[in-house]
Design a binder for this molecule. Structure first.
Ligand code: NDP
Length: 390
């Protein structure tokens, strides 16, 4: 058996990579993790965690308003975006530290360099140093998809939204999926005028129709605007710094910020997959089997780079399964049925298992039970949250 520098070399210290690496190290493997940015990945650094904190912050807008119904005399409340932004970014720093500690405490070595495969078992680091590994795990995640059309470079993505220097007065959000609906709620609660623009006439494709209809109705009642069947044609920057957005089927509109939330693409380029002979599909996702193994026997891939289910808990589960399979002597697959998911829109929604439509298609005749629940704290007429439960 040839000697390798490491038993496991993981590229990418996001949710899946960190879990696989620390569990493999706990099983006694010699592990290195290459991460060119920060430890924690999309979820911790520029996704679920900071987003959730913005959602909490945004909720106070309605809570403070509703509090008046309960006898609270609240003098003019003032929201300071920079203060919240900096608190959130500071917490991201803290979590980056915790994730780093977790890896190091388990004995995994973190290498803060870009890593590229230069042979089936060989990895070349940004510094030019070459290392070898018996097993390699690719966990490089995904990045926002940016549509290409004249002026699209003026738009930002959720990555940049966490760093804004000021809140936009008017924001157009492209897409109507998870990120679009979550940020529509956030910006709206902070006082921005929000327009969600989508190419189709659907929001949150894949969710139950009844939930999507309800979210749309509530969002409109709250004041979020929607433009459906609208393909972006052009974004022009105006002298005052605003942007004019042109789409098919609608009048041009002026906004102060355009944010793209049109899906995410796997980070599979520039990794040297060719050199190692790893196959990708037509969308650039790394092809894997039920054990997250690529077509190369000792190379695995987990999380968003595989284009399976782009959710943090799924990546974590896949990372755990790889470590158990390869280093724990327990061959483990991941069960993708009944994955619970939540959208942190205002109001939030969640689902698990089949949608009603899927159940009908699969099972034919089904019984559907629906129940409307109005929490007692929303009973007072005129409360801002009342709109969400009618
Ligand atoms: P989504 O897949 O949720 O939504 C993408 C939206 O963009 C859809 O409305 C889609 O339109 C539209 N779209 C897709 N491709 C194009 C294109 N080429 N041009 C124009 N519009 C396009 O992606 P998000 O970016 O919102 O989020 C990415 C992923 O991140 C999600 O799928 C989810 O897995 C994960 N995520 C999970 C969260 C959570 O768990 N709470 C939170 C945020 C993200 P159409 O309706 O026509 O398909």
């Amino acid at each position: 058996m040839p000697d390798f520098d490491y038993d496991l070399f993981t590229i990418g210290a996001g949710s899946g990579g960190v879990r696989a690496s620390r569990v493999a190290a706990a099983y006694g493997a010699k592990v290195a993790v290459a991460e060119e940015y920060r430890v924690g990945g999309t979820c911790v650094i520029r996704g679920c965690v900071p987003k959730k904190m913005l959602v909490y912050g945004a909720h106070f807008a309605e809570d403070l308003e509703d509090a008046k119904q309960f006898g609270w005399d609240i003098p003019q409340a003032r929201f300071d975006w920079i203060s919240l932004r900096d608190t959130v970014l500071k917490d991201v720093d803290r979590l980056n530290g915790i994730y780093t500690e977790t890896l190091e405490n388990h004995g995994a070595e973190i290498i803060h360099e870009r890593a590229t495969l230069t042979g089936p078992h060989e990895i070349t680091l940004g510094s030019g140093r070459t290392v070898t590994a018996r097993h390699i795990l690719i966990a490089t995640g995904a990045r926002p998809h940016l549509p290409e059309f004249p002026g699209s470079e003026h738009g930002i993505t959720s990555n940049e939204a966490f760093h804004l220097d000021a809140l936009p007065k008017r924001v157009a959000i492209a897409g109507a999926g998870y990120i679009a609906n979550e940020f529509a709620g956030i910006f709206h609660q902070f006082g921005s005028k929000v327009t969600v623009i989508n190419r189709s006439d659907q929001l949150l494709r894949g969710y139950d129709q009844a939930l999507r209809d309800r979210l749309l109705q509530i969002s409109i009642t709250k004041g979020i605007q929607f433009r459906f069947n609208a393909q972006f044609q052009r974004i022009a920057k105006n002298a005052d710094g605003s942007f004019t957005v042109e789409t098919t089927g609608h009048d041009p509109m002026d906004v102060d910020l355009v944010m793209f939330a049109t899906g995410r693409v796997p980070n599979s380029e520039g990794l040297g997959l060719d050199a190692a002979g790893v196959a990708i599909d037509e969308k650039g996702a790394i092809c894997v089997d039920e054990y997250s193994k690529t077509n190369v026997d000792h190379i695995y891939a987990v999380g968003d780079v595989t284009g399976r289910v782009q959710l943090t808990p799924v990546a974590i589960r896949e990372g755990q399964a790889v470590a158990d399979t390869v280093f724990g002597g327990k061959p483990t697959t991941v069960d993708y049925d009944c994955i619970a998911s939540a959208v942190f829109s205002h109001p939030p929604l969640a689902g698990v298992g089949m949608t009603e439509g899927e159940a009908r298609n699969k099972l034919g005749s089904i019984k559907v039970y629906e129940s409307d629940f109005r929490p007692m704290n929303m009973w007072f007429p005129g409360g801002t949250s009342a709109a969400s439960t009618k």
